[in-house]
Design a protein around this ligand. Structure first.
Ligand SMILES: [Zn+2]
Length: 136
């Protein structure tokens, strides 16, 4: 059996099975991290957890219940959407900290920003319309 024969058989075997997704790859990387930490701190429980996660990843990959697996992935994506957005906004605030002054609206706690070094600026929150004066 050549490589192409193997590929054909693998494709046939994977037919109707779920395959991989974002949830699986996240769990895979957590498993890798746990395994490395287990090695680093000589902590065997991490290796057990890591293997358990890998079993779940494999089980989901080869599962035939495609509908249920994709709804798990959807719930995962919904759960991480907001923290992910917050993290990328925090990163942007950090990156632009020298050129932009970020602060929270006193009315609704929304993030507002003004360019730095422009003196005292009047800022109207687009969310709650509260007016603030900010020394940039
Ligand atoms: Zn506001």
């Amino acid at each position: 059996m050549g490589m192409s024969g193997f590929k054909t058989r693998l494709t046939a075997w994977m037919q109707g099975r779920y395959g991989t997704d974002e949830l699986n790859s996240m769990m895979f990387w957590i498993a890798v991290a746990l395994w490395l930490m287990g090695l680093l701190f000589n902590f065997g429980a991490f290796a057990v957890l890591s293997s358990a996660l890998l079993v779940v990843v494999l089980w989901r990959t080869f599962s035939r219940d495609v509908g249920r697996r994709s709804s798990e992935n959807e719930r995962y994506q919904q759960a991480v959407a907001e923290p992910r957005r917050n993290a990328s906004q925090a990163l942007a605030r950090f990156r632009n900290r020298k050129t932009t002054l970020y602060f929270r609206c006193e009315g609704c706690k929304a993030w507002l920003s003004v360019p730095r070094g422009k003196g005292s600026l009047r800022v109207v929150c687009p969310n709650c319309k509260k007016e603030t004066f900010k020394k940039s």
